[in-house]
Design a binder for this molecule. Structure first.
Ligand code: SF4
Length: 226
């Protein structure tokens, strides 16, 4: 664990588009999924970005949280589950520090939950997953936004994800209730940021634009870092 490293693209200290509320976002470098229409192919190569120690990354993210006065962290990419051991170690450190964790993945949750260790041949969605690192990460995540980006499934009313097939899964409630719990992120939202900007989506954005106010948001496609 002490030597474990992770390859990241960047940290965004103040994000309002990677999940509800003010958040610190980190984008992992490398994605093996390759969705058509991905907004940032620069995150695909596994050799790009910056290699950092997982423990140092956790410290940096928590320091940004302390500066902003919250504990909301989003992990996106790229594909976080392409670095499962680093992801699991990072989610453990952040969760033990009291963070609320959102993770964006281009994988589908059911596939992750069944993901097998290469040396095993069977799996069960109702039992323990057989990839220990993936299972550990899933156990610490509060909200998992899952699925690939699909062109043509965009919607102006949709929040915090790129296409409608991507589900905001409340994994904390899923673990508690023993059934898959999906959040409603399909309502237009109005957000006033800490520095006084107004972010709006859907019909609210059109109304505010008519008044000469507001910015369109907060939808962001997976892989979009700016
Ligand atoms: S949209 Fe996300 S999952 Fe799909 S290729 Fe881009 S970074 Fe990877």
């Amino acid at each position: 664990m002490a030597d474990l490293t992770v390859r990241i693209n960047r940290i965004v200290p103040d994000s309002y588009v990677d999940g509800p509320g003010r958040r610190v976002a980190v984008f992992f470098q490398g994605c093996s999924i390759g969705c058509r229409g991905c907004q940032n192919r620069a995150l695909w190569p596994g050799a790009g970005g910056e290699v950092v120690a997982v423990a140092d990354l956790a410290d940096r993210l928590l320091a940004e949280c302390d500066r902003a006065g919250h504990r909301n962290i989003t992990i996106s990419g790229g594909e976080p589950f392409d670095q499962p051991a680093a992801l699991a170690a990072l989610t453990r450190l952040l969760k033990s520090a009291g963070a609320h964790l959102i993770v964006h993945t281009g994988n589908v949750y059911e596939e992750l939950a069944l993901r097998r260790h290469p040396s095993t041949s069977s799996g069960s969605i109702s039992g323990q997953t057989q990839n220990p690192a993936t299972a550990e990460a899933l156990a610490d995540i509060d909200i998992l936004v899952d699925g690939p980006y699909i062109i043509g499934q965009d919607s102006p009313n949709m929040q915090y994800r790129g296409s409608r097939n991507q589900r905001p899964l409340d994994l904390a409630a899923t673990r508690r209730e023993g059934r898959l719990v999906t959040l409603d992120w399909d309502r237009p939202e109005l957000i006033i940021t800490h520095d006084g900007r107004i972010l709006a989506s859907g019909p609210l954005a059109e109304v505010l634009a008519g008044w000469g106010l507001g910015e369109t948001g907060p939808a962001r496609r997976c892989g979009q870092t700016n």
